[in-house]
Design a protein. Sequence first.
Length: 367
Amino acid sequence: MLDRNGPLRGLRVVEMAGLGPAPFACMMLADMGAEVIRIARPGQKPMFGIDQKHNLYDRSRQSVTLDLRNPDDLAQAQALIAKAEVVIEGFRPGVMERLGLGPEPMMAANPALVFGRMTGWGQDGPLRDRAGHDLNYMAISGALWSIGPADAPPPPPQNIIADLAGGGMMLLAGVLAAVLHSRGTGQGQVVDACMSDGAALMMVMQYGLMAAGVHNDHKRGGNALNGGIASYRCYETACGGYVALGPLEPQFYAEMLAQLGLSDDPRFADQYGAQDAKHAALETLFRSKPRSHWQDVLERVDACFAPVLPMSEAPNYPHNVARGTFVTTDGIVQPGPAPRFSATPSDPPTHGDAGMTTVADVLKSWA
């Protein structure tokens, strides 16, 4: 067993190895010190043909390999779950039940168990059995429609919104809330975390703005936070790099104008008025100098500015270096644990292959 520090030290978690949001939630638990044991299938490999050590969602926890179609291996999985406070799975609805590991038998054996379930469409509803990925779950939430310019299809924002923010982080919050309840009452429960629900929740402010008549749902790329105003968007620079502007508040907008020599330009007098002329002027201005020039001008003031960094540059950016945002593990650069805890700091993470253990060793440790 790995012995890791953090605010969740001592929390016992069984993870049914899978893809995306459930492993991300378990990574967060492990980062915060929980004792997470992955149950992997024989021959299970990461996506995209990468080595296990590069599958960083699986960092900081050990694995056992069990063939759950084998009665002896199934009994070992049941024994692990019986000793855990939390089990997390990301299968389609009904898979755990068919394996004999569903909530009913597991919570009968362990009434305080928190049973975390991660799916794209939820445990019920007409789409519950359909395949999908982050892009699909975002698509029915209103989130995907709101991204990108009006003259192009909505762009895939990697797997950040539904998989991680609306999926893994929602699962994490739900599981920890249920653990608090379980430790206080002895009553476990099922946590149904659904990526399409979570992606919709990420849009709660926009739904409020739409109800207030401030957000135009039919104007893709034309609202304040999705590129509709010139002072909240990205611009290309002379070197081919990009910068991100975001001064929404009047005082920050005024500072940006002052630093760019635009304070007296009538086109910029009304921040939220006509945008086309402002946008064209800023495009021309930022293309006139390299990104480094604009960093020198705008990083030192409250103009809500940042360079748009590729992943290859981000770990060496001075602010990230000062914060220790990235760490290097056996030559692999990766984001370190977040958030930070003053009294119970997390240990540095392993890479994606923290080694194997046995069910017997885990049960001995959890006895």
